[in-house]
Design a protein around this ligand. Structure first.
Ligand SMILES: [Zn+2]
Ligand SMILES: [Zn+2]
Ligand SMILES: [Zn+2]
Length: 187
């Protein structure tokens, strides 16, 4: 009976104990100063490469399905592999023996999740129109958060967010113009 290895790290999201071996086995991912379990890494950094912080996933290993960024994809006879699978594939091609299927990783074609932000932006923009301009400001701030998340490949873009932004920004600009005119008239 093998002894449970002593955890060296704890996932900051679920506190599960993790070891350096878990990182090597792809069960845990080191990101910045923390080590996350695979599930929480995927949740916190949905479209990021496991090896390269800040780099987005652009392909997947054609053997184990692991997501790869441009830096970690290795090509072999026209197919993209992770480093581990490339070595295994070379071994298979040389010896003709096919090793057992490597662990399957849970996977979706598109990592970007649907976000409730666009709906919120539109709701706040409309609230801004009918109740108080402050809601418009909140909608605009949320719009910039939304834009950043889309740029980072975390969430899916939505026309609703753009619509909300327009609904929020037009009355705000009008309000600013009115204030400027009022101030100018007062002076
Ligand atoms: Zn976790
Ligand atoms: Zn692979
Ligand atoms: Zn990478």
């Amino acid at each position: 009976m093998q002894e449970e290895p002593k955890p060296q790290f704890y996932c900051p999201e679920c506190q599960v104990g993790l070891t350096e071996d878990d990182i090597l086995d792809g069960l845990a991912v080191r990101r910045y100063d923390e080590v996350y379990c695979y599930k929480h890494f995927k949740e916190k950094f949905p479209n990021e490469c496991e090896e390269h912080p800040g780099k987005l996933v652009s392909a997947r290993c054609s053997r184990c399905g692991r997501p790869l960024c441009d830096d970690c994809a290795v090509e072999l006879v026209g197919r993209k592999f992770c480093r581990t699978c490339k070595l295994a594939r070379v071994h298979e091609l040389r010896t003709g023996e096919v090793e057992g299927q490597v662990d399957e990783y849970p996977f979706e074609e598109d990592y970007r999740r649907k976000s409730s932000l666009p709906t919120l932006i539109l709701v706040f923009a409309i609230l801004g129109l009918v109740i108080c301009g402050v809601f418009c400001l909140v909608a605009i701030i949320m719009y910039f958060v939304y834009r950043r998340k889309v740029a980072r490949g975390e969430i899916l873009p939505s026309k609703m967010a753009t619509a909300g932004f327009i609904v929020a920004i037009v009355p705000l600009i009008l309000m600013i113009i009115v204030i400027i005119i009022a101030v100018a008239a007062a002076v």
